[in-house]
Ligand binder design. Structure first.
Ligand code: PA5
Length: 438
């Protein structure tokens, strides 16, 4: 039984409109299946839940166990697809306040993400925050040459070497990079750092179920076997070639139908703050995959009800080029009953005996109805509860839908040529050899 269920009642799109895409989508899916067998295509993610390196998977679990034992702080250095997936899963499945808890309650190292900006304040403040705690780091970069993580690694490598000496430091540095090429691979071989491989045929934003995501996720104490199990169930469910019964294909189709109806902005909405980074991961997945050739839905996100008090006005009454995809977590992990108060000065006694989750759900239903009546179609994704299995399913659901959706749109969802533009200018301004006239 899938943990996630698509509800299109508020989407304004009919089953008949969806089924018109049946042949097109089946062709796209079959092409993806074919390409996933070709090592030169970036479609390896399609089979990852069933076709991954089991030996390396065990090595990830062993490394995570060692890090959990010898480190109070774990620093993950990476940017874009080399950090967002890990952060999304770690934050969705651990306490909102994990890093602030005492070690005995958290039972895992504090996890910090760095190398995803070039802010000196962030790095200095992180070093202050670490103090004299024991640290290990995981540098993640497929190319091995990305500027932001490379600068952070230079700083933290020196930090570890002066703290522990070169030998001990090298045992605390874990590298996740390409099998053969790149500066990071060269350095890892030279210094004999423990190294994990990003498969050739899996691009950054599709790599969360490779060592890129799995090592940090395992260090956080999250069960990666169950995560893969969830993804495996999704791989099976979404291989159903009947569009009528394939929710993943339907999501990909509906967003394209809405795009054609001038709904060019998709807002991913959640009612659970833990999902903030899941939205960030999703934004990269769809933005970098589809924003090409002056086409593509602009992906953005809101955390609700928080953002109803900042973005709510725009969604309700601004330009009508929006649609929303709402992630509804049906069963909350914990709940709080609202008590009766003798004086009732805040006027909340009408809620006495109800739970916070009940109130949250009514807020969600009220918001969906308000936005739909304001002209914003809503796609609802009901998720039974937040756990490893449902996370694995959600990841696979969105990845496959993204591959299909990009192909319906008519772009190549697996490249990112536009990302180079800022780098070229930055390198010219910084005087990098070879960029003088660019
Ligand atoms: O999805 C992508 O390909 C990008 O977001 C990359 O993951 C990101 O640019 C980081 O690249 P790298 O892993 O080579 O450092």
């Amino acid at each position: 039984m899938p943990n996630i269920k698509l509800d299109l009642e508020y989407s304004g799109v009919t089953e008949k409109e969806i089924l018109r895409y049946e042949q097109k989508v089946l062709k796209i899916y079959n092409d993806l299946v074919e390409k996933s067998k070709d090592k030169n295509e970036f479609v390896g993610w399609l089979n990852l839940p069933t076709n991954y390196n089991k030996k390396e998977f065990d090595r990830i679990k062993k490394a995570a166990k060692r890090i959990r034992k010898d480190s109070e702080v774990f620093i993950v250095i990476g940017i874009g697809g080399s950090y967002l997936g890990a952060r999304a899963v770690v934050e969705s499945l651990t306490s909102n306040f994990a890093n602030l808890m005492s070690d005995d309650i958290r039972k895992s190292p504090q996890i910090f993400f760095v190398g995803n900006s070039i802010s000196p304040n962030y790095v200095n403040e992180l070093i202050d925050c670490i103090g004299d705690k024991d640290v290990s780091i995981n540098v993640i970069s497929k190319s091995g040459t990305t500027t932001e993580p490379a600068i952070a690694f230079r700083i933290f490598r020196e930090y570890l070497e002066s703290k522990y000496g070169a030998d001990e430091a090298s045992k605390r540095i874990y590298i996740t990079t390409d099998k053969k090429k790149g500066a990071l691979k060269e350095l890892a071989d030279e210094e004999e750092y423990e190294t994990f491989v990003i498969p050739d045929n899996v691009g950054g934003r599709f790599s969360v179920l490779t060592p890129v995501g799995l090592l940090p996720i395992a260090v956080a104490g999250i069960n990666i076997d169950k995560l893969m199990e969830g993804a495996k169930n999704a791989q099976y469910d979404y291989s159903d070639t009947s569009v009528k019964y394939n929710q993943c294909f339907k999501y990909a189709i509906v967003r394209n139908i809405l795009y054609k109806k001038e709904k060019t902005i998709e807002i991913l909405a959640n009612y659970e703050p833990k999902l903030h980074y899941f939205t960030e991961w999703w934004k990269q997945l769809y933005g970098e995959s589809e924003g090409k050739e002056h086409k593509g839905i602009f992906p953005t996100g809101v955390d609700l009800t928080t953002d109803l008090h900042s973005m709510g006005q725009y969604i309700q009454e601004g330009r009508r080029d929006l649609f929303e995809t709402v992630i509804n977590i049906e069963e909350t992990k914990t709940d709080i009953k609202i008590k009766r108060d003798e004086d009732d000065i805040d006027g909340l006694n009408f809620l006495a005996g109800k739970t916070m989750d009940y109130v949250n759900k009514q807020a969600m239903q009220g918001t969906i109805e308000a936005h739909v009546s304001g002209g914003v179609p809503n796609i609802i994704l009901n998720v039974k509860k937040l756990n490893e299995e449902s996370m694995g399913e959600l990841i696979y659901f969105f990845e496959l839908a993204c591959g299909i959706s990009g192909k319906i749109l008519g772009v190549n969802p697996f490249d990112q040529p536009g990302v180079e533009a800022y780098k070229t200018n930055m390198f010219r301004l910084l005087g990098k050899p070879g960029y003088e006239n660019s």
